[in-house]
Design a protein around this ligand. Structure first.
Ligand SMILES: O=C(CO)COP(=O)(O)O
Length: 247
């Protein structure tokens, strides 16, 4: 099995019901994309987006709790995401690691909960600019992978996204060689630890735009993208989907 190609959008804390018009535009402009398409909107939009996309676009959450239910005000269980129409959930995004002090251990527990609920976990890793400048990138990625990916991870239930923190929302991207180096390392680490590590979809994320998508998708072991700002509008996300379909 070759890794699947996945164009994933992370809407972060953006969008109200009116933004679902972008789904209609995407479906009209790309009726039969040559890759999987996933959008992870704010939790308030999961159910209406799933209803609107009729299974033609996968819908996901941006976080879940490690427990199945209980007294956790403001949190959402993986099974609740699934019940609302999600098939995926982003976990360990750097904004959650920073804003909510999430640790690798917590991300690992959340991913196990996601798997238990039948969701695909999109687990994020990435170095800060200070860590890159200090030459620690490969060590940081190795440690995050080892700590955040649960033992039950398979290519079917887990996707890994490499998102350098300094490239998120900045318009800056690593060089192709820098992305290739990290993706090769991730492939090697997953293959060493998990039976089907060669088949995991590995995404790049951080300032992916229509103008740089084709170049990024040509890099070995890049099987798609996790797109923030450019996933909000069909006119931007559409060309990224087209570039991945053609890759
Ligand atoms: O964080 C990201 C996706 O999860 C990337 O965001 P941008 O594409 O806006 O840089």
């Amino acid at each position: 099995m070759a890794p699947r190609k996945l164009a994933a959008g992370n809407w972060k804390m953006n969008g109200t019901l009116a933004a679902l018009a972008e789904i209609d535009r995407l479906l009209a402009d790309h009726p039969a994309p040559g890759c999987e398409v996933l959008i992870c909107p704010p939790a308030t939009l999961i159910h209406p987006m799933a209803a609107r996309s009729q299974g033609r676009i996968a819908v996901g959450g941006q976080d879940c709790h490690a427990k199945t239910s209980g007294a956790h005000t403001g949190d959402i269980a993986a099974a609740q995401l699934r019940d609302a129409g999600s098939s995926h959930v982003i976990l360990g995004h750097s904004e959650r690691r920073t804003d909510h002090a999430e640790t690798d251990e917590q991300v690992r527990a959340k991913a196990a909960a996601a798997h238990e609920a039948g969701l695909v976990a999109v687990i994020c890793v990435g170095e800060t600019e200070v860590q890159r400048d200090a030459g620690q990138t490969l060590d940081v990625i190795s440690a995050q992978l080892a700590g955040s990916v649960p033992d039950g991870a398979t290519a079917a239930n887990t996707v890994i996204a490499y998102e350098p923190v300094w490239a998120i929302g900045t318009g800056r991207t690593p060089t192709s060689d820098q992305i290739a180096e990290v993706h090769a390392l991730m492939r090697e680490r997953l293959s060493a630890r998990l039976g089907d590590g060669a088949d995991f979809a590995l995404l790049y994320g951080g300032s992916v735009k229509p103008g740089n998508a084709a170049e990024i998708f040509a890099i070995p072991h890049v099987n798609g993208a996790l797109v923030g700002g450019a996933s909000l509008k069909a006119e931007d996300f559409g060309p990224i989907i087209a570039a991945l379909s053609a890759a």
